[in-house]
Design a binder for this molecule. Structure first.
Ligand code: ADP
Ligand code: ZN
Length: 429
């Protein structure tokens, strides 16, 4: 196995002792910021004698980031900062993350590590179809690819025809793309009569939004590539926090850079081994804006056992969704990804769907609009009705209630420029 960094080869023991040293250092550094100088009052680095004592430290939340916006988390003068990013604002007012030159360097190295791990090399041509600007998926991954000395194309989001032309003209082999856009782009290929498999594509990095194994399989099949799951969030720099290796069994979370805990979101106690909970992380190497026990709201679990690749950085499972993505309907808890799993496994279903919540009288109801591939969108109403019922039935098996299913023509549902909006809530609040 080929490694880019010596840190990838660390044993569990080595990882944990490095984490303890770094955690103590972070406490000391963080205290230089207005937020943590208050929050960590009375806590000294020496108070943490073993890693489990991280539980003595307070949590940091998105609300804290908003309250101390814009500069209240900085450990040094703003003149030492060289870049600013912001979260996409999927769940409310945006927050800003600032980076020193060293921070950008560490981040780019982490990103390069991820790309190298799945086989990206200097000879590859890399096209980044993620939005640039404040969103970290643009520049974040860009600098990782440049570090590996790949020819790097900052294509940005959207403009599908131009994307395809670039892919063809420069024989692009590696692409970073949001999974919902990868599915949509395949319909543009079809319209142009170009088979994506006839291009030079080899590797896709997909992430930034929840998606299912079924969606990944579709993407791999359509494009003839290996698609690797990429996880990150702007509060933890951006992409490069956790990434799948070639075995595609969970994402290695880079524990030399992040201390991760998985906690029960209600009790905030660690979950039992292998159980799903909220991922909470502490930055271990960021100097300008360290964050301690940041509550990501993302739900996942640590996968048990060792990975065949030899890396001992623990793996996290595919993110089920954010804690606040959960839909409660008729007393049943439903995650949008359960619905996607059913839809993407069906050959008749096209590349887009949307879940609508609405009220009928006093009752909450769910309607799922599903794009159907042209070849299955037939004139015969009886055939369509059967298809609709059969989809509703498979959904029922997964989510335990029968949703209303509406079949719509391919490419008729609204597309978002960035992360897909899967749930539309039409109930009055
Ligand atoms: P925002 O929180 O406003 O969307 P970010 O752009 O920082 O801002 O997005 C980070 C979030 O995106 C993560 O907290 C997670 O919910 C989601 N995300 C990122 N990568 C993945 C992935 N591979 N799988 C599932 N969700 C992901
Ligand atoms: Zn591995």
């Amino acid at each position: 196995m080929d490694f880019l960094h010596p840190e990838e080869r660390l044993s569990r023991e080595e990882i944990e002792s490095l984490q303890l040293i770094r955690l103590r250092k972070v406490i000391e550094e963080a205290k230089k910021s207005p937020f943590y100088s208050r929050k960590l009052k009375g806590i000294e680095p020496e108070d943490i004698k073993e890693l489990s004592e991280v539980s003595k430290l307070p949590f940091t939340t998105k609300e804290d980031l908003r309250e101390y916006y814009p500069l209240g988390f900085l450990t040094r003068p703003v003149s030492e900062m060289v870049r600013l990013h912001a979260s996409s604002g999927t769940t409310g007012a945006p927050t800003a993350i600032l980076y020193t030159e060293n921070d950008l360097n560490t981040w780019a190295e982490l990103m390069a590590r991820c790309l190298y791990m799945v086989g990206v090399r200097k000879e590859d041509v890399f096209q980044n179809m993620s939005g640039y600007g404040l969103f970290t998926g643009g520049l974040g991954i860009h600098y990782g690819a440049e570090r590996l000395k790949c020819l790097t194309i900052p294509a940005g989001a959207g403009n599908s025809k131009r994307q395809i032309k670039l892919l063809q003209d420069f024989k692009v082999s590696v692409v970073h793309i949001i999974p919902s856009y990868a599915l949509h782009l395949s319909t543009v290929f079809a319209e142009l009569g170009i088979d994506p498999r006839s291009l030079n594509l080899r590797i896709f990095l997909i992430g930034a939004e929840p998606h299912t194994e079924e969606a990944r399989k579709r993407i791999e099949e359509i494009y003839g590539v290996k698609a690797y799951n990429s996880y990150g969030l702007s509060e933890m720099n951006g992409p490069g926090v956790a990434f799948e290796c070639v075995y595609q069994e969970g994402m290695h979370l880079w524990e030399d850079a992040y201390l991760a805990e998985i906690l029960n979101p209600t009790t905030l106690e660690p979950v039992a081994e292998g159980e799903v909970g909220e991922l909470v992380m502490t930055t271990l190497t960021r100097e300008g804006m360290p964050l301690i026990r940041y509550r990501t709201k993302d739900l996942t679990r640590f996968l048990p056992g060792r990975c065949l690749c030899g890396r001992e950085h623990r793996r996290i499972d595919r993110i089920t969704g954010r804690a606040d993505d959960m839909i409660i309907l008729k007393g049943v808890n439903i995650y949008p990804m359960q619905i996607e799993k059913v839809l993407m496994a069906r050959k008749e279903v096209g590349q887009n769907y949307v879940i609508e919540l609405y009220k009928e009288g006093h009752l909450d109801q769910m309607r799922i609009k599903v794009e159907i591939k042209d070849e299955y969108f037939v004139e015969d109403m009886r055939v369509l009705k059967q298809l609709q019922q059969s989809i509703a039935k498979s959904l029922r098996e997964e989510i335990l209630i029968t949703p209303r299913v509406e079949l719509v023509e391919h490419n008729s549902l609204p597309k978002s420029q960035g992360k897909a909006v899967r749930v539309i809530d039409l109930r009055d609040k």
